[in-house]
Design a protein. Structure first.
Length: 310
């Protein structure tokens, strides 16, 4: 492995992704980058209140909005970059073909440690070699959007093994089990043991199928990243409930499997997400109250207010 290990603080800085609109100005023009479709109404409200020209772009527009000289991903997270755009697949649940168009390599990409390519392994061997070579200066690299398991060959595994990196795969369908497991085994032997697996659920599957895939990933010694399906035209996050599902179960799966770092000892069947959410709210309110209690010296000369019941 190449590079030097980095600390927790540095890794947290890498993942400082905003989950809201990103805005900046170019001259008199206000630029608004929209990461999700359910933030479009907010973007339009801001645009209407701005006294000047406005450009709205980003994945949330569900349109190709690339403009030469503008790199929203660099503004959203300076540690992130693209070396390719588009994808050779056309998955029904994915917006990439619509917002990025045909798959293409970016020869003059900006080197950065978080690779946001949607299908890096669909690129040519020469491009992949160039990517690895230009990333060797970073102490840690994250292939953030996932690598296609069926394209993860021994040659690719050895090439990426020249980096101190984290690799992510996707397990969207039960029929992919053998392919995903083989990729994980190969990655552990020849690339890295830092592996994450995205698991789509709530889209053309059943609860039993989703739970099978999530538990299978868990049995491989990996905490899955449960990805609740969001329609490509969603106006509100987590509003869609697929046939055969309930909103209750969708929330439970998402909250449980994405918190396994501290829920791992609790079986899924025993997890009461509503009770947990209530306790979490109480704890957060308590912590907030503690933050506002002044220190002893600061409490001197502070009037005490006592409110009786109405």
């Amino acid at each position: 492995m190449m590079g030097t290990k980095i600390g927790i603080a540095e890794r947290r800085a890498l993942y400082s992704w905003p989950k809201k609109l990103t805005t900046w100005t170019m001259g008199e023009t206000l630029c608004i980058s929209v990461p999700f479709t359910w933030l479009m109404d907010e973007a339009h409200r801001i645009a209407k209140s701005y006294d000047g020209p406005v450009m709205i772009g980003g994945p949330g527009t569900m349109m190709k909005t690339e403009i030469e000289g503008i790199s929203p991903v660099e503004i959203s997270n300076p540690y992130a970059t693209f070396t390719t755009r588009g994808c050779v697949n056309s998955c029904a649940f994915c917006a990439v073909p619509k917002i990025e168009g045909e798959f293409r390599e970016i020869s003059d990409f900006r080197p950065a440690p978080i690779i946001c390519d949607n299908n890096l392994l669909a690129s040519s061997k020469s491009h992949l070699v160039k990517v690895v070579d230009r990333l060797k200066s970073f102490p840690f690299v994250d292939f953030n959007q996932g690598l296609e398991a069926k394209r993860f060959t021994p040659e690719v595994a050895d090439l990426l093994g020249n980096l101190d990196c984290k690799v992510r795969f996707a397990f969207d369908w039960s029929t992919q089990e053998a392919i995903v497991k083989d990729a994980i085994d190969l990655c552990r032997k020849r690339t890295t043991k830092l592996i994450n697996v995205y698991v789509l659920f709530g889209f053309l599957d059943s609860p039993d199928d989703a739970l099978y895939r999530l538990e299978k990933v868990r049995s491989w010694g990996i905490f899955p990243n449960a990805m609740r399906f969001q329609p490509l035209n969603a106006k509100k996050k987590n509003e869609y409930v697929a046939p055969g599902w309930s909103d209750e179960l969708l929330k439970k799966i998402s909250r449980y499997y994405n918190r396994l770092s501290y829920l791992n000892g609790i079986p899924f069947a025993d997890y009461d997400w509503r009770a947990y959410a209530k306790r979490k709210t109480i704890i957060e309110k308590g912590e907030q109250a503690v933050r506002f209690i002044p220190k002893r010296k600061e409490r001197e000369n502070v009037p005490i207010q006592i409110r009786g019941s109405d």
